[in-house]
Structure formats: structure tokens, C-alpha cells
Design a protein around this ligand. Structure first.
Ligand code: NAD
Length: 467
């Protein structure tokens, strides 16, 4: 899909929104441009003693707020254009959900299956070292997180490398998406998928919007398909299924499957673990290839793999009424226009997958405060609720069983608070975007970019420009 320059696609969406903003060209140029682009090459000594040159990037798109924030991607498709585009999307995403960070992104161009675990650790640590050397890593500078091809283990290595080189009491806040014992926050792993569920649920609540699509309000009974069953795709599918929607199609590297009657997600995941493939799963039919699922019959299409998946070659054949962009940049600018003309409701990536960075922000706050969320108040809340329940008991003939008491008087723990903060964030942000849509007669993507441009622009207006 290299014919689609990702940054150009992002900038097209930016320009469409910028035309509705009150800012002049100079400020808009500054908001749009990538502030720092760092290209890194370093040698890796492979397990067999040979040397291999590794190529990586870190891009800080906007310094209007610090630290900058964005994932680290391990993929053969990583390149400078993609990293710049993803960094820009991070700036806009953070602004949409009021997370006080500038945008950044990193990537290493490797196929991680070709390397041993020890080699991946050496690559990750050397990359982190190169970032530290140039001031591209630190709790107040630039804070990476997991992305395609990386997870908690790599983030743990980034933290340990930072800690070996810096004496910093806030070291844990230099990276998010860490394992819990290393300062990670409960709820981060599932956060992006959970946020996607909250976002789609919000969109489906709007009676008028659903009527225009010929759908009933609510998630109950709506069919959906997912492309990519990784962290984001799996969790989005899990919460959508639990929320009453029916999973009817799935695609992974090996191909795609479809069953209008519904696919049991947990059984499918287990089946793939055992057989190495989703193909042949009970009652499902196999579609032509792994892109075919995008064109399958469904109400909601959730691309959760990579960018540019919905493009000139398939946009006109998409049957979904709602396109829920779980991946970053899954739709090219032309495809967006085609779908819009067809009347598809597009819930844009910079809003929909912002749950990950939102909970990363909560993790960063936890690390800076050096205390687990809920630790101070959980028991106090429980005690207060018990007192209220005791008053209710003494003023009525009703007495609660200990089981009821425990359920009713439960204080919030870290997971509850993170989940509640995430839900609040997604609901508020959708409300803001919906208002902008109505006010300017624009689609949700343009509204999301406009919302970001306004918020970043105001920062520059208020703080002025140095020197
Ligand atoms: P991941 O590596 O956990 O999962 C991606 C999955 O997609 C893998 O299982 C892979 O096999 C599959 N895949 C790759 N190419 C495919 C294809 N052509 N067809 C079908 N399946 C394919 O990555 P992830 O963290 O789930 O990220 C997925 C997307 O979501 C990326 O665009 C990423 O930038 C974006 N995103 C991730 C997060 C996060 O918190 N992880 C946050 C925001 C956005």
C-alpha cells in the first residue's frame, strides 16, 4: 500500500478541517509540521555473532505541550513517512480527548519473527539508549508506549534502560504500557479496545444519526466484523460482544472467516492458539483473502490492523453502515470521500482509538504520584457506604446479607477508577465532536481535526512563540 503516502493522507484531513478554523496560515503550518524527526541506525550483534544494521525513527510532532507521547512500532513497514504521520495523529488524538501531551511516534523496521527474544531485547534497549542520548526519552520530554508489534515486555526494557542511565525519581513515568509490577496501571492492556467500545456505543446512542443509517439506536443485535485480532482488535471485539453486538467476521494474516449467525470470540482465540490459524473455525465460511472481510455484510466494520486498508480498491464495495476506525489511519482520504458519499458514518481513529493514550496518561499520573489509584480512599469509601447501609437497615425492616453489603459498599479500586476515567473521556469527547458536526455541518473526522486544531492553536495564542 506504499502508493498511499500516509502523511499526505493525514494532512488532507487536517486541511479540510483547517478551512473551518479561525487561525491564519502561519499558525496552521506550525500546528501541522513535525517539530523533530530523529533517524537512528545502530548495529546489532546477532546470536550467531554476525552484525546487522537496524533502522529506526522517533518523531516528535508537536511541542505545544510536554512531554510528547506516542507508541513504538516494530514492523517491516515502518518508515519515516509513516512515523511522521502517526506522530501527527498522536498530537490530534491527545487534543481531542484532552490529554495534555504533544504527539510523537517511534518505529523500528524489523520483522520481529526473524529475531530471538534476546535479540529483540538488545534492539529495544539500544534504541532506548539512542533516544536517551539525544533527549528523546524522559518523563517530561517524550514518553513512548506500545504499538503494533510491541507490548509490556518491551516497555519494561525501555524503563530499565532509562533507569540504568539516569538517576531520576520519576523514572517510571518515562514510558507507559509497562507490566504492573514495574509501574503499569490496571486496565491499560485493554484500554484501546475498551475505549473503542465506549466510542461506538456513544455513536450508536444518537437516535437521529442511527435513523439516517437505517439502524435502531443501541448496540444490541448490531453485527460487526474485525480486521486484525491483536491487542486492539481482540479487546474491541470482546467488549462489543459483551455489549450485545454480534461478531460475524474476522480476518487475520492467514485469511478471513464469516458466519452471519455469530462467531464465539473466546473459542476462536483458543482455536487459533491451538491450530495457528482462524481458518476452518466452526460453522464459518472462508472468504477469498484477508482483505475480503472488509467488504463483508455487517452493520459495523472495525479495521484494527494497519493503515490504508480501506482504499480506492475496496471503498465502493464496503457494505458496513458504520466504519469504526480502531487502527491508526485505516482509511485513505479518497476512500473517506467515497464512503461519505455512500452515507457511511465514519468514527475517526483520532477519537476512537484514543483510549490507549488516555489510560497511558493515567499511568503517567500514577507514576508521578508514586501511589496506586484507590489506595488512599478505597477502605474509607467502603466504611462510609457501610454506615449509610446500616442507617437504611435501622430505618427499614430490611437487613442486608454480608454478600449484599460487600457488593453495595465496595470502594473503587484502580481498575474501576481507570475504567471510569476512560468512559468519561470517551463520552465527553464524542459529545464535543457531535456538537462541532452539527455547528459546522461537517463529518466526525473533520470535527475531530477541527477540535484538535482549536485546542492546539489556543495553546500557541496564549503562550506566545519563543523567543
Ligand atoms: P497488534 O500487533 O497487537 O495486532 C495487530 C494484529 O493485526 C496482529 O494480530 C496481526 O497479525 C494482524 N494483521 C496484520 N496485518 C493484517 C492484515 N492484512 N489482515 C488482517 N490482520 C492483520 O497491534 P495493536 O496494538 O492491536 O495495533 C493495531 C492498530 O491499532 C495499529 O494501527 C495501531 O497503531 C493502532 N493502535 C494501537 C493502540 C494500542 O494501544 N495498542 C492504540 C491506538 C492505536
Amino acid at each position: 500500500m506504499s502508493e498511499y503516502k500516509f502523511l499526505k493522507q493525514v494532512n488532507r484531513a487536517f486541511d479540510a478541517a483547517a478551512s473551518h478554523s479561525r487561525f491564519g496560515k502561519g499558525l496552521l503550518d506550525q500546528i501541522k509540521i513535525c517539530n523533530n524527526v530523529y533517524r537512528i541506525t545502530f548495529p546489532l550483534v546477532r546470536d550467531d555473532g554476525s552484525i546487522k544494521v537496524i533502522h529506526g525513527w522517533r518523531v516528535e510532532h508537536s511541542h505545544h505541550k510536554l512531554p510528547t507521547k506516542g507508541g513504538i512500532r516494530f514492523s517491516t513497514m515502518v518508515n519515516e513517512d509513516e512515523t511522521m504521520a502517526l506522530a501527527a495523529l498522536m498530537t490530534y488524538k491527545c487534543a481531542v480527548v484532552d490529554v495534555p501531551f504533544g504527539g510523537a511516534k517511534g518505529g523500528i523496521k524489523i520483522d520481529r519473527n526473524e529475531y530471538s527474544e534476546q535479540e529483540i531485547e538488545r534492539i529495544t534497549r539500544r534504541y532506548a539508549y539512542e533516544l536517551i542520548r539525544k533527549g528523546f526519552l524522559g518523563p517530561g520530554l517524550d514518553v513512548p508506549s506500545p504499538d503494533y508489534g510491541t507490548g509490556a515486555t518491551e516497555m519494561g526494557w525501555v524503563l530499565d534502560t532509562y533507569r540504568q542511565l539516569k538517576s531520576d525519581i520519576n523514572a517510571e513515568a518515562c514510558v507507559t504500557g509497562k507490566p504492573i509490577p514495574q509501574g503499569g496501571v490496571r486496565g491499560r492492556t485493554e484500554a484501546t479496545g475498551r475505549g473503542i467500545f465506549f466510542g461506538i456505543r456513544e455513536a450508536c446512542k444518537h437516535v437521529e444519526d442511527m435513523r439516517e443509517l437505517g439502524l435502531q439506536p443501541g448496540l444490541e443485535g448490531k453485527t460487526f466484523v474485525v480486521q486484525g485480532l491483536g491487542n486492539v482488535g481482540y479487546h474491541a471485539a470482546k467488549y462489543m460482544s459483551e455489549g450485545g453486538a454480534r461478531l460475524v467476521g474476522v480476518s487475520e494474516i492467514e485469511g478471513s472467516i464469516y458466519d452471519a449467525g455469530g462467531i464465539d470470540l473466546e473459542k476462536l482465540v483458543k482455536y487459533r492458539e491451538e491450530t495457528g490459524s482462524i481458518l476452518g473455525f466452526e460453522n464459518t465460511s472462508e472468504l477469498a483473502d484477508n482483505a475480503a472481510v472488509l467488504e463483508a455484510e455487517c452493520d459495523i466494520l472495525i479495521p484494527a490492523a494497519l493503515e490504508n486498508q480501506i482504499n480506492d480498491s475496496n471503498a465502493s464495495s464496503i457494505k458496513a453502515k458504520i466504519l469504526a476506525e480502531a487502527a491508526n489511519g485505516p482509511t485513505t482520504a479518497n476512500a473517506h470521500d467515497t464512503l461519505k458519499e455512500k452515507g457511511v458514518l465514519i468514527i475517526p481513529d483520532i477519537f476512537l482509538n484514543a483510549g490507549g493514550v488516555t489510560v497511558s496518561y493515567f499511568e503517567w499520573l500514577k507514576n508521578l504520584s508514586h501511589v496506586r489509584f484507590g489506595r488512599m480512599e478505597k477502605r474509607f469509601e467502603e466504611g462510609s457506604y457501610r454506615k449509610i447501609l446500616n442507617v437504611i437497615e435501622s430505618n427499614s425492616n430490611r437487613s442486608f446479607t454480608e454478600k449484599e453489603m460487600k457488593e453495595l459498599a465496595r470502594g473503587a479500586d484502580e481498575y474501576d477508577l481507570v475504567d471510569s476515567g476512560l468512559e468519561e473521556t470517551m463520552i465527553n469527547a464524542y459529545g464535543e465532536l457531535n456538537e462541532l458536526c452539527k455547528k459546522h455541518s461537517i463529518d466526525l473526522r473533520t470535527a475531530a481535526f477541527l477540535s484538535s486544531i482549536e485546542k492546539v492553536g489556543i495553546m500557541y495564542e496564549q503562550m506566545g512563540i519563543f523567543p
